[in-house]
Design a protein around this ligand. Structure first.
Ligand code: PLP
Length: 425
């Protein structure tokens, strides 16, 4: 059935580590082989074997308008003919910067980079540069890209020295990464009691999307803001997922919290490789060439990516986020009912256009509770849903993404598939 996908995967494994250019795509966590995509449109993607799926991954978030949106595609097409990289400023960089600054309350100035990883890495360098401190507080189970400082072991205890989460990251690098459980303000306060004078920043996903979807409890984000203010540390909101998704103004607007720095990616590039970091003007002016904190990029502000980003944000600004959220909330509630009726423990977390199915009987509020979910049940769910034409994230620790292109029929297809599968605890 997946004949050509299998053939390509075999070839790829000889040429590319694991056959993939980003690890989760290998589908190892769900005991499956990856599907190779031939093309995608709106809410659907079609494999090289001609099979079509309703796509609930949406490139891990960027495609909030759906794949190959006509306005975005046409902006990219016309940008191509004007040249693909100049290594010099262009007007679209200014227009996209204006759109981002206009949307996000805590962003006065912004610097474009090429990925979310670059954005968080650069924001941390800036935080360290302006505070003259080295330590950073990060939450267990949050993902901020693959820069060394953020790959501290998720299992390490609060306020203990971190150990590298991967060979190749020097222990000295992650020694400055302090870990706390998500939603645990007491743990963060303890870190500040112990290390307050050395902490440059807290970095947080204001809604966590990388341990599955986990919402901030009431007061958590405000508590982080207060601790940073009290101790002279910077608050970095990593809005690589939430920016332009939890609403047009990101989590900072939705929750009314003002971070000092914000990192962005995914949606602002409309499917092209883009990241950005921004924040208070006095901080951003410390970046080279107006300041001393160095950061650069040959392809940064790439004209194709800028054109895609502008078209995407222009369309999103006109989109009805509330209506999409209501549809996804109803979907998540019905999915929970359908799966629970099979006698398996299940909790579905949802906000805006994202949801995660956790096969557990506990509320999921941090990585420890996320890990109580039954991985074998997720694998069974994933495989059977895929057999029925529903393309889900090949990992229990990811959020399903719904786009504005998803029709009611697409949502019904997911629910019908869920009704038809067999799960047993
Ligand atoms: N920050 C968050 C919250 C993310 O979800 C991701 C990627 O999934 C990143 C940073 C890293 O972005 P990228 O994969 O573009 O480097």
């Amino acid at each position: 059935m997946d004949h050509r996908s299998k053939e390509l995967f075999e070839r790829a494994q000889q040429l590319i580590p694991g056959g993939v250019n980003s690890p989760v795509r290998a589908c190892l966590g769900v005991d499956s082989d990856p599907l190779f995509v031939a093309h995608a449109k709106g809410s659907h993607l079609t494999t090289v074997d001609g099979e079509t799926f309703v796509d609930y991954v949406q490139s891990w978030g960027p495609m909030l308008l759906g794949h190959a949106h006509p306005v975005v595609a046409s902006a990219i097409h016309s940008a191509v003919d004007r040249g693909t990289s100049y290594g010099a400023p262009c007007e679209d960089e200014v227009i996209l910067a204006e759109a981002v600054i206009d949307a996000l309350p805590a962003v006065d100035m912004v610097r474009m980079v090429n990925s979310g990883t670059e954005a968080t890495m650069s924001a941390l360098r800036l935080a360290r540069g302006v505070t003259g401190r080295n330590k950073v507080v990060k939450f267990v189970g949050c993902y901020h890209g693959h820069a060394d400082a953020f790959l501290a072991s998720a299992g390490s205890g609060v306020a203990t020295l971190s150990i590298p989460g991967t060979p190749g990251v020097p222990e000295a690098t992650v020694r400055d990464t302090l870990l706390a459980p998500y939603n645990d303000l007491t743990a963060v306060a303890e870190l500040f009691t112990l290390h307050g004078k050395d902490i440059a920043a807290i970095i947080v996903e204001p809604v966590a999307g990388n341990m599955g979807l986990v919402l901030p409890v009431d007061g958590f984000l405000q508590g982080l803001r207060d601790l940073c203010t009290e101790h002279g540390a910077l608050l970095i909101f990593d809005e690589v997922i939430t920016g332009f998704r939890v609403n047009y103004g990101g989590a900072q607007k939705r929750f009314g919290i003002t971070p000092d720095l914000t990192t962005l990616g995914k949606i602002i590039g409309g499917g092209l490789p883009v990241g950005a970091y921004g924040g208070r003007a006095d901080l951003m002016r410390r970046i080279a060439p107006c300041g001393e904190v160095y950061q650069a990029g040959t392809l940064s502000g790439n004209p194709l990516a800028m054109a895609a980003g502008i078209a995407t944000l222009t369309e999103l600004k006109k989109s009805d986020y509330d209506a999409l959220e209501a549809r996804v909330a109803a979907l998540a509630a019905e999915l929970q009912t359908i799966l629970a009726a099979k006698g398996v423990p299940v909790r579905v977390n949802t906000i805006a256009s994202m949801f995660t199915v956790f096969f557990t009987d506990q509320p999921v509020t941090d990585f420890a509770s996320a890990k109580t979910a039954n991985a074998a049940l997720y694998t069974s769910y994933y495989k059977q849903m895929r057999d029925k034409g529903i393309y889900l994230a090949p990992s229990p620790f990811e959020a399903a993404m719904v786009s504005f292109a998803h029709t009611d029929a697409d949502l019904a297809a997911l629910l019908d598939a869920a009704r038809a599968i067999t799960l047993s605890a």
